[in-house]
Design a protein around this ligand. Structure first.
Ligand code: AMP
Length: 441
């Protein structure tokens, strides 16, 4: 027998110094179980609606070649210029952690020959995105998006369908104070003429622009329209509006989109300064803004048409449109509004035990119940029956199965109805059948 050496007074151990904590990277957050309930609530609505409307789920890798985003999103965009987590692999490849979902989905569409599938191809995705932005409320370096794309159809009704779906997902999640901000940025042809007009306009006011806008004027003049600097917004107020300079097909397309939205009674406002930060958009662009009681606006998601991108990625020319929302922003909105979600963890059965032999019997019952798809709760580490029954109550369990020392020796189990408090003794052998009978009632 090994002897346990008792500590004498002189041998009392000195408390060890605690090791320094390791904290999560700035702008990258844990999502804890209580928050996950709200995440599931949002994602369940989003997945259900997408599936009902014929979208198939796609998952693409987090890491892609940097060139994909340079070509897809555009070199002169904030995302590619400043915000990507990029590095060289051990094998010498330049890769980036995806900052958004569309470029990867388009790559997958081309690479997997989806142009041969019945068109349009409707896909949805969800997952983490990475942008090296200044972390603040609602803006993180790792955040999650839920998005969907329709590739292979340029009918304006498809634009309306995508806007409808984005709006409906939020409605189903009980976010009702949203408004759709809508614009058309035309096709490459009418945009070219408009860009020239815009450059002429801003050049006359160059001294009133911020440093970034002066630089962007030659490279990406559209971005000046959505600069948030006060002095630039003043100048943009009187800038020519693209809506007045669309070519005839773009004009007709947009007019049809608006008519379909009116038909669906979806609330929208036209916002001629909405250009979106990514290069790939053509024609319809939109964002969903939430407006709080103080008039603050918060963009929950955004999207638009990107008719040139499939070709740009080496595929056959195909029109496309998509949308994505930031899951954190939607979750935070639900939490701010105090929307009630059924948070009670429901168990069918809670297992209560006393002593080691009872624990062994309980483990066997646990396995049998799980095999029959019965939701089981337990607290194997706890000793007192009272504290275990308290937990059974907390988890809203319908039944408690109690195995004390006597029952463990007899191979019996006490079944307690948690609502009425009625108890019955049944044999261990019949336990699953007896539980199923009571759950059915
Ligand atoms: P974007 O891809 O920039 O059009 O963004 C679409 C949506 O993703 C936004 O409306 C936000 O809800 C969300 N989003 C974008 N960037 C971030 C970020 N850094 N942190 C949290 N959510 C974001």
């Amino acid at each position: 027998m090994t002897r346990v050496k008792k500590e004498t007074k002189n041998e009392v151990r000195k408390p060890k110094k605690r090791l320094k904590q390791i904290q999560a990277i700035k702008g990258m957050n844990d999502i804890l179980p209580t928050d996950q309930l709200v995440w599931d609530y949002v994602l369940d609505h989003a997945r259900k609606l997408c599936t009902e409307l014929g979208f198939g789920r796609i998952s693409t890798p987090i890491l892609e070649k940097t060139e994909l985003f340079q070509r897809g999103v555009g070199n002169i965009t904030d995302i590619v210029e400043k915000e990507m987590f990029s590095f060289e692999t051990k094998g010498g490849d330049d890769v980036s952690m995806r900052p958004e979902g569309t470029a990867g989905v388009v790559r997958a569409y081309v690479e997997n020959g989806m142009s041969k599938w019945p068109q349009p191809v409707k896909l949805f995705y969800e997952g983490p995105m990475f942008r090296y932005e200044k972390p603040q409320a609602g803006r993180y370096r790792q955040f999650y998006q839920f998005g969907f794309e329709i590739i292979g159809d340029n009918c304006p009704a498809i634009d309306a369908q995508v806007i409808y779906l984005a709006w409906k997902i939020l409605q189903k999640s009980e976010i009702n104070d949203t408004i759709i901000q809508l614009n058309s940025i035309g096709c490459s042809e009418c945009r070219l003429a408009y860009k020239k007009m815009l450059v002429d306009y801003y050049e006359m006011k160059i001294n009133k622009l911020c440093h970034d806008c002066k630089r962007r004027l030659d490279e990406n003049p559209l971005r000046l329209l959505d600069c948030k600097e006060e002095k630039c917004t003043q100048v943009s107020f009187s800038a020519p509006q693209i809506i007045d300079h669309l070519c005839e097909p773009c004009h007709d397309h947009f007019k049809n989109v608006l008519e379909f939205l009116d038909e669906l009674e979806i609330p929208y406002v036209l916002n001629s300064n909405l250009v979106r930060g990514l290069d790939y958009y053509t024609q319809t662009v939109f964002e969903i803004w939430e407006c709080d009681s103080e008039g603050n606006q918060n963009s929950l998601g955004g999207g638009g048409r990107y008719d040139n991108m499939i070709k740009l990625m080496g595929g056959e020319d195909a029109p496309a449109i998509g949308f994505s929302f930031g899951i954190e922003r939607v979750v935070e909105s639900i939490q701010r509004k105090g929307i009630k979600i059924n948070k009670r963890i429901k168990k069918d059965v809670f297992l209560v035990q006393l002593g080691n032999l009872a624990r062994k019997k309980i483990l066997r019952i646990f396995d049998k119940l799980i095999d029959c798809d019965i939701a089981v709760g337990e607290s194997l580490g706890r000793g007192s029956i009272k504290s275990q029954l308290r937990l059974a109550n907390k988890t809203n369990s319908k039944l408690a199965l109690i195995v004390g020392q006597k029952e463990a020796l007899d191979d019996t189990v006490i079944i307690r109805d948690m609502e009425s408090g009625m108890q019955e003794v049944v044999t261990l052998q019949d336990i699953v059948e007896e539980v199923q009978k009571r759950l059915r009632n």
